[in-house]
Design a protein around this ligand. Sequence first.
Ligand code: OXD
Length: 327
Amino acid sequence: MTEPQRVVVIGELSGAGPPGIERMEGRAEFIQVLDATSLHAALPGTEVVLMWDFRSSLLRNAMDRADSLRWVHVAGAGVDAAMSPELQARDIQLTNARGVFDRSIAETVAGWALVFAKDMLRSWQLQQAATWQHRETEIAAGSTALVVGMGGIGREIARTLRSLRIDVVGMATSERSDDEFGVIRAIDDFDEVLPLVDLVVLVVPLTDRTQGLIGATQLASMRPTARLINVGRGGLVDEAALVDALRSGTIAGAALDVFAEEPLPADSPLWAMDNVIVSPHMSADFHGWLDALASQFMDNLDRWLDGEPLTHVVDKRLGYVSAGEVS
Ligand code: OXD
């Protein structure tokens, strides 16, 4: 009889393992680690690591102990915290939670687009003051949104915005023609397209290329009526420059699900700004998301144990699952 596959799980779990672990009985054993010391002890001889906590930097800092590592699964969309030169260079497969979050994030983004257009933040603020103040609001239909990052999540965002009759310009690493979205612009054209749109949605992975994509220069080039939605990573935006731009009216508003530091520090000026929505990194997290993440991993683990190819394999040079990948 073959030994069960040892899977080292990095991150907090509420039960004995990820939800649905029973189906792996006899096939896999899960060892949970929460700190560097236990990871250091568990890594030697381990082939499979599940990063249940997609934000953890534990593995990145312990790659010298990972003598037998062959597969890392990140239970999240962004793999930036797992990425390291060693992981990139070695023959280790990296997979992510592609597909799980598309709908939840798309609905969040569409909701915020409408909150801005229909001035709902102001209505809420006036309600707090029991003030009846009639106003006129924008029509979102006919406005233009730039969606930066056209992987699975970005495409679902683009679809959902289009269903509101918002025109969408998609942007990805390189220019390409797409059956559904027409010409997808290259990220190198970012500064050129930015001044032409009403809404900028960041859903692109954080890589060396996208770090600090939006700084003071980019903000200054945006329409004063434009809004920024960030559901990618805090590092995509220079947060201090954003605060300045929101204060001075350089841009009209921002909805932020991700921040340079999380949780957002209590003294961040963003908390108190009336043209800002602060969301605690939860745009992806719908009721049942943990079950969905676990079940996606177990399906891949079954494939691994059966010697079949894994799905949702991240291109480690790009930092995301490339368009041609099985998903
Ligand atoms: C993720 C996220 O990458 O929720 O999964 O930010």
